[in-house]
Design a protein around this ligand. Structure first.
Ligand SMILES: Cc1cc2nc3c(=O)[nH]c(=O)nc-3n(C[C@H](O)[C@H](O)[C@H](O)COP(=O)(O)OP(=O)(O)OC[C@H]3O[C@@H](n4cnc5c(N)ncnc54)[C@H](O)[C@@H]3O)c2cc1C
Length: 376
């Protein structure tokens, strides 16, 4: 990123890059092949202080700002390792605990989330509804001093590994969005079951699962914030999730450019390097320009977010623009690899497979355009 990083941020960037090069990059392709990565990786990241870095020190974090997490997202992207969902845990789920949890909840869960002992997930999507979150059917009914949860979720990242899942449930179905609440469920609770680890086109090492709730009883205090606050809480946190996806897109775009430029300089056809064809230079010049435009915009969004000024529509623009470009650019880059681009052992093939979902999760790009459209 083109920020004027402080000395400390530069050191963290170097530390993160070393970690990615040593622990992630050499293994990423094998994790994809095995559809699995080791859970211990969360603990290793915690050892270097990068799990829950934005969490205040009193709850076990480093008390730094989002720029540190953005550095981690970029370095992981550069290593082409989509398996470990660090960012989902750090940037998406832990903030719900931090912003809406009471003191007792924060002390119970956040320190373990920062040490890598407790892995988190958020379960919004259901087999019958994804984009239309108001139609969630999972229910939570008060019985004595417990919520009793019934329903099922699908496509949940970290679903197999998670120790704690934040469940989006209807606590008052008559009220629609206003009857939606967030309830934390420990995955050891009776009645909670994990379904399949779903087989995907890309992000093969990442764990994406179905989850089932059959009369799952959790204490009343597992509710985050007040009853009926869930929809507002989701709307407040989704801009950061969308910014994270945009940053991941930029990292993937830059990794694709780097691999492609190296390849076209090396590979020969008709007695010259592929880069010596004007078509190659023109096409890569166009892609580099688009990549730079997207980088500047996303960096600006990071700067706005650091000041607490990133609004819903601008985050939606960043998510849709960066991920559309990610898919377009990686497809064009892969073409320069010829048949080798289609082979799994080439990083460009993994980048291609991983890119597609970016236009779908975190709110589809069509929903992003709806959000932008509402501001016109
Ligand atoms: C790998 C992966 C990981 C995921 N991780 C998580 C997770 O951790 N937690 C979680 O809760 N969910 C997760 N999801 C789910 C993801 O957020 C949803 O798939 C996504 O929001 C879309 O919902 P859907 O699949 O139900 O599609 P649908 O909502 O059925 O949409 C189908 C199509 O209709 C379009 N559409 C829908 N509504 C409109 C509209 N109003 N205007 C125009 N077009 C519209 C959509 O854009 C899409 O093209 C994950 C998904 C994947 C694939």
């Amino acid at each position: 990123m083109d920020f004027d990083l402080t000395q400390d941020q530069r050191e963290i960037q170097a530390l993160t890059r070393d970690f990615a090069r040593a622990e992630i990059e050499p293994n990423a392709s094998a994790w994809d092949r095995d559809h699995h990565f080791p859970r211990e990786l969360f603990g290793k990241l915690a050892e270097i202080g990068l799990m829950g870095a934005c969490v205040p020190e009193e709850y076990g974090g480093a008390g730094v700002d989002f720029l540190y997490n953005a550095i981690l997202i970029e370095e992981q992207g550069r290593a082409i390792a989509s398996g470990p969902a660090f960012s989902l845990h750090n940037d998406i789920v832990v903030p719900y605990l931090l912003h809406y949890g009471n003191e007792e909840q924060k002390k119970r869960w956040i320190p373990k989330a920062c040490s890598g002992e407790l892995i988190t997930a958020i379960a919004m999507t259901e087999p019958g509804t994804g984009s239309d979150l108001q139609s969630v059917r999972t229910s939570a009914v008060m019985d004595g001093n417990h919520w009793v949860i019934n329903g099922s979720k699908t496509f949940i990242s970290n679903g197999q590994l998670a120790d704690l899942v934040i469940v989006v449930a209807k606590t008052d179905p008559k009220l629609g969005a206003k009857g939606t609440s967030l309830i934390a469920v420990e995955t050891t609770t009776e009645g909670f079951k994990r379904g399949r680890n779903l087989e995907k086109i890309g992000m093969k090492a990442q764990d994406t699962s179905e989850l089932f709730f059959d009369n799952v009883r959790v204490p009343a205090d597992n509710l985050l914030g007040g009853p009926g606050m869930g929809f507002v809480q989701l709307m407040q946190q989704l801009p950061q999730e969308r910014l994270v996806i945009a940053i991941q897109a930029i990292a993937a775009i830059e990794a694709a450019m780097e691999h492609t430029v190296a390849y076209v300089k090396e590979r020969k056809a008709f007695g010259k390097s592929i880069i010596d064809f004007q078509n190659t230079r023109f096409k890569l010049a166009e892609l580099k320009t688009k990549a730079q435009v997207a980088r500047v915009f996303v960096d600006d969004c990071i700067a706005r977010h650091l000041k607490g000024e990133l609004d819903v529509a601008t985050a939606a623009m960043a998510k849709y623009f960066a991920t559309d470009l990610q898919c377009e650019l990686i497809d064009e880059c892969l073409q320069f690899f010829g048949g080798y681009g289609y082979m799994w052992e080439y990083p460009i093939a993994r980048l291609y497979a991983d890119a597609r979902v970016q236009k779908i999760y975190g709110g589809t790009n069509e929903i992003m355009k709806e959000l932008i459209g509402r501001t016109l």
